[in-house]
Design a protein around this ligand. Structure first.
Ligand code: ATP
Ligand code: MG
Length: 269
């Protein structure tokens, strides 16, 4: 494990996303949400982004997906590159086109539209045949969505709605999927299912940046992890190393001694 601002250990794969010295504020500069944050996601990785309420996790995803302005946030410094290109000032639609998709906190599905129409809405910018193929893949990943495809999305259970939100992000055909607390408010069994889906999505070649508050949920499926604390990266390292560090769990995440929500052997190959 590395302290902030030290060189991380070597990681497999080439660098896909690189956030460097990123600082973000809200409310005309009166709230500093991120200060000098460095984070990378390599091709093929699942990277967990951990931290307590208000640490700045969602803000970082907004910055990566180009949605900061929409929430009254301002980039105060730093840069973001993706696939070797600087995307710091790029509009969000360009980032989506380049392969960055986000599934937002709190699900945000269209409750009155059917499951199928929610998915179609996710893939509307892509050629119809491609979108239809991806829709089939999403149904293979989440069979319950295929079964309920004609049902209004508002009638799905909480876990199913979360699957739909992830499925909708997948409809854009991402190379990098940003997930903001997909397990929030769900029962442990459903959380385990969602985490298994995350590993399957990853096995299909999509890199994932996964926000989680629960260390026991995210670390078992992640390759690498960052802990955000009070606007900065407090720790980062291979997920297995962070998981082994009971003191870190206790100090930063308040979950020492809790049983893992997702048993490691059930998720990892
Ligand atoms: N739209 C906004 N306007 C003003 N301040 C904001 C806004 N969004 C977030 N903040 C502030 O920025 C800081 C970081 O918030 P952020 O939502 O990124 O944290 P988080 O780690 O995602 O928290 P949570 O786990 O509760 O979702 C907090 O102090 C929060 O109050
Ligand atoms: Mg958040």
């Amino acid at each position: 494990m590395s302290e902030a601002n030290t060189v991380p250990p070597p990681r497999a794969g080439t660098e896909l996303l690189a956030v460097e010295r990123l600082s973000v504020s809200y409310s005309g500069g009166s709230i500093i949400a991120l200060e000098g944050v460095d984070l990378t996601v390599h091709e093929g990785e699942i990277v967990a982004l951990l931290g307590v309420n208000g640490a700045g996790k969602t803000t970082l995803l907004r910055a990566i997906s180009g949605l900061l302005g929409m929430h009254g946030g301002t980039l105060k410094g730093g840069s973001i590159s993706y696939g070797g290109r600087d995307i710091t000032g790029a509009p969000s639609w360009k980032r989506v086109g380049a392969g960055i998709s986000i599934s937002l906190e709190g699900r945000r599905i269209f409750a009155d539209l059917s499951v199928a129409d929610n998915l179609r809405a996710g893939g509307y910018t892509r050629p119809r045949a491609q979108a239809a193929r991806t829709m089939n893949e999403v149904y293979d990943l989440f069979p319950v969505l295929r079964k309920k495809r004609e049902l209004a999305a508002g009638l799905l259970s909480g876990g199913e709605q979360q699957m739909l939100a992830v499925g909708r992000a997948l409809m854009q055909g991402p190379r990098l999927l940003l997930l903001d607390e997909p397990s929030l408010g769900l029962a442990p069994l459903i959380v385990a299912q969602i985490m298994q889906m995350v590993t399957r999505i990853n096995e299909r070649g999509c890199s994932v940046l996964l926000i989680e508050q629960n260390v026991s949920t995210a670390l078992p499926v992640a390759d690498y992890a960052y802990v955000l604390e009070s606007r900065r990266v407090a720790h980062h390292g291979p997920a297995a190393e962070l998981m082994a560090d009971g003191r870190l769990r206790e100090l930063y995440l308040g979950s020492a001694g809790e049983p893992a929500t997702v048993p490691r052997e059930k998720v990892l190959p």
